[in-house]
Design a protein around this ligand. Structure first.
Ligand SMILES: [Zn+2]
Length: 255
């Protein structure tokens, strides 16, 4: 039994244990180029949640890993079959109910561990600010080791089923990665320079800008790169969870 994993512990354990910090993973169910599973973001984020809580536990933290939300905001990938999408407002309601639940049980710190770029959750933190006693922070796990990408990756810079994401998948569940099937993840540019430059933001219509849902070339992905990325993610977020677990919440928290 993993003491951090809520799906595995029993009441006999929980009644004598007090968790300090909750971790809520959220992913997505969507195509990832031709080679990664539809559940990639959910499975990767769930596994990372398990690994960071294990590391935090080793350091002495009392972290609770909540079950992963397997769906995310995917309205702009609905052009691909079997994409399952939640509206941003639905995700906000779902997470708010989970925050209220852990708050009722006396937990005062929570990390939302996000594994899907479409889940823009910062506004939810702003929405709940001042309305809950739970200190909320949001970690997009793929941003945590981004300082390593330029030297580690042959094709840094993609953002969907690319070399980084594929390397992590090859490290965690190689049996579900069909790398030979992948295309090069080329992306169309817009007629509008403003959109290409990024200062005019849009919801990118994935079926129009990609060939097979991938953004970024995954061909040079390998498990060793994935392990380097995961090791950094686990060490850095694990340490953060430990610090959160130990911290006393006062008026000036977290400063
Ligand atoms: Zn993904």
């Amino acid at each position: 039994m993993k003491p951090w994993k809520l799906l595995e512990v029993n009441y006999n354990f929980v009644k004598n244990y007090s968790y300090e910090v909750a971790v809520l993973p959220i992913g997505a169910t969507e195509p990832h180029n031709l080679h990664l599973p539809y559940g990639n973001d959910a499975m990767t984020t769930e596994r990372i949640g398990d690994l960071i809580c294990e590391r935090a536990h080793q350091l002495g933290a009392k972290a609770a890993l909540l079950p992963c939300i397997p769906y995310g905001v995917d309205s702009n990938l609905m052009g691909f079959p079997m994409t399952i999408s939640l509206n941003p407002s639905t995700v906000d309601i779902l997470i708010t109910d989970i925050v209220r639940s852990i708050e009722a049980h006396g937990i005062r710190k929570m990390v939302i561990l996000n594994g899907h770029g479409g889940n823009g959750l910062k506004n939810l933190l702003r929405e709940l600010y001042g309305k809950t006693e739970v200190f909320l922070s949001l970690v997009d796990w793929w941003k945590v080791p981004s300082d390593l990408y330029p030297s580690l990756l042959d094709h840094p810079g993609g953002d969907h089923a690319e070399e980084m994401e594929t390397s992590v998948a090859l490290c965690l569940y190689p049996e579900l990665v069909e790398l030979d099937a992948a295309d090069e993840g080329a992306v169309k540019t817009s007629h509008f320079e403003a959109i290409n430059k990024g200062w005019a933001q849009i919801t990118r219509p994935w079926h129009l800008i990609t060939t097979n849902a991938g953004v970024g070339n995954p061909k040079k992905a390998d498990a060793q790169k994935g392990k380097i990325i995961l090791d950094a993610v686990v060490e850095r977020i694990g340490q953060y969870l430990f610090e959160l677990s130990e911290a006393e919440i006062g008026d000036a928290f977290p400063y």
